[in-house]
Design a protein around this ligand. Structure first.
Ligand SMILES: *Cc1c(COP(=O)(O)O)cnc(C)c1O
Length: 399
C-alpha cells in the first residue's frame, strides 16, 4: 500500500483481519469500483426513488428475481421484510407499526436459527412489532412442528443461512418453503453472508436478504431481493419504521457498483490467491510442537476454505486463546477467527487480506509460537476471564 494509512492519523491500530467479514472490524475491503462510485455520488443530488428503481433492476438481474432495493443493512432488511409481510401496501398500517393491531403478526423461526450475528435475529423480527413463534427445539425441527405452528395469524417465516445456526437436525429450506407455501406463508431468507445470490430464491424463498458490506465488498448496506409485491411492501416501510434504517445515496450507489463488480470479478483468481495463503500458513505451522493445521471448507458451502489451527497447550506451551490474544497484540495486530476457541482451536480466514499480509501473518505465528515454546510455564489464562471481556469493555466505553 503506497497510500498513507488513515488509521495512523486517527491513532487506531493497523490490524490485519484473518477473522472474516466482521462488523466489529469494519466488515470487508470495499472494492475499488464501489469506492469510486461512492465518492462520485456524494456531492450530487439524485432522485432517490429513481436510484432505488435502478438498484431494483440490478438486484433483480443478479438475484434472478423480480425486484429489490437497498437498505441500511441485512439486519434492517429482516425488520423491513417482516413488516412488509404484515402490512402489505397499507400506508396507514405502515405508520402504525410497531403496533400490529388488526394485522397478522406471527413470524415463524426455527429455534436452531435463533442466533446472534452481533444482535439477535429474533430481535430484528420483533422490532417490526411482530411476534416470534419458535419452531422445534435447539437442535431439531420437524415438518409437523412447522405445520402445527402455522395459523391464521401467521404473517411470514424467517429462515437463516449462516455458520452460526445449528447445522443438523433442522428442516431444509426446500421443505420449509413447501410447508409454508402450502399454507400461503411467505418465506424470508437471511443470507447475509452467503455468496449465492440466486439459489435461495430458486429454492422457493420469496425474499432473500444480503449484506452489501460482506462478501460483495460494498459499503455498509443491505439488499432486499425477491417477489415484487413483498419487496414493494418492504420498501414502503421507509415511510415508517424504515426511516431509522435509512441508507444514503452513497450506500445505494456503492451497492450497485459492488454488485456489478461481482459479475465480472475474477472469482477463480481470488480463490487461488486465498489457497496460496492457506498453503503458506499450513507449511509454516506443520511440524511445530502442539500445533495442527487443518484446511476446512466453509460450513455453509461458500466457495471459501479456512485454516483451522488446533493448539495443544502441553506441547505448544500456550492455549489457543492465549495465542489468539498474543497475535492480536503488538505492533502488527492480527485478529483471528476465534468464536470456537474454547475447543482449543481458531481459524485463519484468507478472504480479507491485502497482498503481502499473508506473510506477516505467517511471521507473527512463528514469532508467538517460538516465544511460547521458550516459556517454562504453559501460558494459560482462565477462559472465564476472556469470556466476559467484550461485555466488560462495553461497560467502560468510551473509556
Ligand atoms: C451479518 C449477518 C447479519 C447482519 O447483517 P448486517 O448487514 O451487518 O446487518 C444478519 N444475519 C446473518 C446470518 C449475518 O451473518
Amino acid at each position: 500500500m503506497t497510500q498513507k494509512d488513515i488509521r495512523q492519523e486517527l491513532g487506531l491500530r493497523p490490524i490485519i483481519n484473518v477473522s472474516g467479514t466482521m462488523t466489529s472490524l469494519g466488515a470487508s475491503i470495499v472494492v475499488p469500483e464501489a469506492v469510486a462510485a461512492v465518492s462520485a455520488i456524494l456531492p450530487q443530488f439524485v432522485e432517490i426513488g429513481d436510484l432505488q428503481r435502478k438498484a431494483s433492476r440490478i438486484i433483480a438481474r443478479l438475484c434472478g428475481t423480480e425486484a429489490g432495493f437497498v437498505t441500511a443493512s441485512c439486519s434492517a432488511g429482516i425488520s423491513l421484510a417482516v413488516a412488509g409481510a404484515m402490512t402489505g401496501c397499507d400506508l396507514a398500517a405502515i405508520e402504525r407499526l410497531p403496533d400490529t393491531t388488526g394485522l397478522k403478526n406471527e413470524v415463524l423461526l426455527m429455534t436452531g436459527h435463533m442466533v446472534s450475528y452481533g444482535a439477535p435475529v429474533e430481535q430484528g423480527i420483533r422490532l417490526s412489532g411482530a411476534k416470534v413463534v419458535p419452531v422445534g427445539q435447539a437442535t431439531s425441527a420437524n415438518r409437523y412442528q412447522l405445520e402445527g405452528a402455522i395459523n391464521e395469524r401467521t404473517a411470514a417465516a424467517v429462515f437463516v443461512v449462516s455458520h452460526h445456526t445449528v447445522q443438523y437436525g433442522l428442516i431444509p429450506l426446500k421443505e420449509f418453503v413447501e410447508v409454508c407455501h402450502a399454507r400461503g406463508v411467505p418465506v424470508i431468507v437471511d443470507a447475509a453472508s452467503e455468496y449465492d445470490l440466486k439459489g435461495f430464491l430458486e429454492t422457493g424463498a420469496d425474499i432473500a436478504l444480503y449484506s452489501s458490506h460482506k462478501f460483495l465488498g460494498g459499503p455498509t448496506g443491505g439488499i432486499v431481493a425477491g417477489r415484487k409485491d413483498l419487496v414493494r411492501a418492504a420498501y414502503m416501510q421507509n415511510s415508517g419504521i424504515g426511516r431509522g434504517m435509512k441508507v444514503g445515496k452513497e450506500g445505494m450507489v456503492g451497492t450497485i457498483a459492488a454488485l456489478e463488480a461481482w459479475e465480472t470479478r475474477d472469482h477463480a483468481g481470488i480463490r487461488e490467491r486465498e489457497t496460496r495463503s492457506l498453503e503458506l500458513w499450513e507449511q509454516t505451522l506443520s511440524g511445530r510442537p502442539g500445533v495442527t493445521p487443518i484446511r476446512e471448507p466453509d460450513p455453509t458451502n461458500n466457495p471459501l476454505d479456512r485454516l483451522k489451527v488446533a493448539v495443544e497447550p502441553k506441547e505448544a506451551h500456550i492455549t489457543a486463546w492465549d495465542l489468539a490474544d498474543a497475535l492480536a497484540s503488538g505492533r502488527t495486530p492480527i485478529i483471528v477467527r476465534d468464536h470456537e476457541v474454547e475447543h482449543g482451536y481458531f481459524y485463519l480466514d484468507p478472504c480479507n487480506l491485502h497482498p503481502g499480509q499473508e506473510k506477516v501473518v505467517a511471521e507473527r505465528l512463528v514469532e508467538e509460537l517460538e516465544k511460547a515454546r521458550q516459556s517454562n510455564e504453559i501460558i494459560a489464562t482462565p477462559l472465564e476471564r476472556r469470556r466476559n471481556r467484550s461485555s466488560e469493555a462495553l461497560m467502560r466505553w468510551p473509556d
